[in-house]
Unconditional design. Structure first.
Length: 346
């Protein structure tokens, strides 16, 4: 376990290639192995439930249907469709098992890259929920990990691949990826290199599926996504929720406090943010306490969707905590960050 993953609250999000490589080379822990085992076992349970006619693997069914031309429940970037087309060549349940295994590996990889708590992320309600419906959410977290690994190792095409994968869900991954993209201490020339692959994916997808962004907007209007599990503050305060983006924008905060506030503001300030997408925060070094508290979502069983909607307390707690820590660190933290930006010795 890394020192970052052992902290109760958020730790620094660093971009040290050697530290990342060391974490990736660490032997699989017993807890992580148990997490993989649980996820795989539950994947088989979900397959059995699917054979019994239960409403499971719903999102995965819609992804494969979109590959066949049925876009009525598809809200994601069309550059993912070739992947789903390949999966349709397999028997449905075999394709799902491959998808579930990739989802678990993506979460583990991202947590190792960022220094998060991989074991707790693998055991989280959010990952199991994603596996239950066959959602793409866990792979978005893996995309964030690829992006950060690519930045740390100056492999811009890998970073671009991660950016394209994470940005394929506009309501969550795209915003998280954008925050990381802009917060990386690199030049704009490097950022342009990162954008080359996503840009190519966008152009090719538009050639293959002309007008697909407009089609997604039409689907969102005619068949809006189910928001029962959305934890966005828009449910409670409407557009006033956008104000959460203001403090990290205008306050002279230290770099890490600003970064964490931006990340925490994404689920709070967007009009729609499903609680399952918290896994994208949980692979970061958010601390074991918020990740463990994510399992309060199991209260959905006795209390219904209100339990999922109340999960906004997790990013809100992270937002407030980091804001207070950042204010306390002023002005020394600002001076330290400015020195780091200029690559001067501390």
């Amino acid at each position: 376990m890394s020192s970052e993953s052992g902290k109760a609250f958020a730790a620094a999000i660093t971009c040290d290639a050697e530290a990342i490589s060391a974490r990736l080379r660490q032997r699989l822990s017993l807890a992580e192995a148990a997490g993989f085992g649980l996820g795989l076992a539950m994947a088989f349970v979900f397959i059995w439930l699917h054979t019994q006619g239960r409403v499971v693997l719903y999102d995965f069914e819609n992804y494969l249907a979109a590959a066949g031309g049925d876009y009525s429940n598809y809200y994601y970037a069309y550059w993912l469709l070739p992947v789903f087309s390949l999966l349709t060549r397999l028997p449905f349940h075999a394709a799902y098992l491959l998808w579930a295994a990739a989802s678990m590996l993506a979460v583990w990889f991202a947590a190792r890259v960022f220094g998060g708590n991989a074991a707790l992320a693998l055991f989280s309600y959010q990952l199991l929920y994603s596996l239950y419906y066959g959602q793409v959410t866990a792979l978005l977290a893996g995309g964030l990990g690829l992006l950060w690994w690519g930045v740390a190792n100056r492999r811009w095409w890998v970073a671009g691949l991660g950016l394209a994968l994470a940005a394929s869900k506009f309501q969550s991954g795209a915003l998280f990826a954008g925050v990381l993209f802009l917060s990386a201490v690199i030049g704009w020339r490097e950022r342009v290199k990162m954008l080359a692959l996503p840009g190519a994916a966008l152009v090719i997808s538009l050639l293959l599926y002309p007008g697909w962004p407009l089609r997604i907007l039409a689907v969102m209007q005619s068949n809006p996504a189910n928001a029962d599990g959305s934890l966005s503050l828009w449910r409670w305060v409407g557009a006033w929720a956008l104000l959460v983006f203001l403090p990290p924008l205008v306050l002279p905060l230290p770099r890490q406090a600003r970064l964490w506030m931006w990340l925490a503001a994404v689920p709070l300030g967007l009009p729609y943010f499903q609680q399952a997408d918290l896994i994208e925060l949980f692979v970061l070094p958010a601390g074991w306490l918020p990740v463990l508290a994510g399992n309060l979502a199991y209260l959905y069983l006795p209390f219904g969707h209100i339990a999922l909607q109340m999960m906004f307390i997790l990013p809100l707690g992270l937002y407030v905590w980091e804001g207070l820590q950042g204010v306390r660190a002023l002005p020394a933290g600002v001076r330290k960050d400015r020195a780091a930006d200029l690559e001067k010795p501390a």
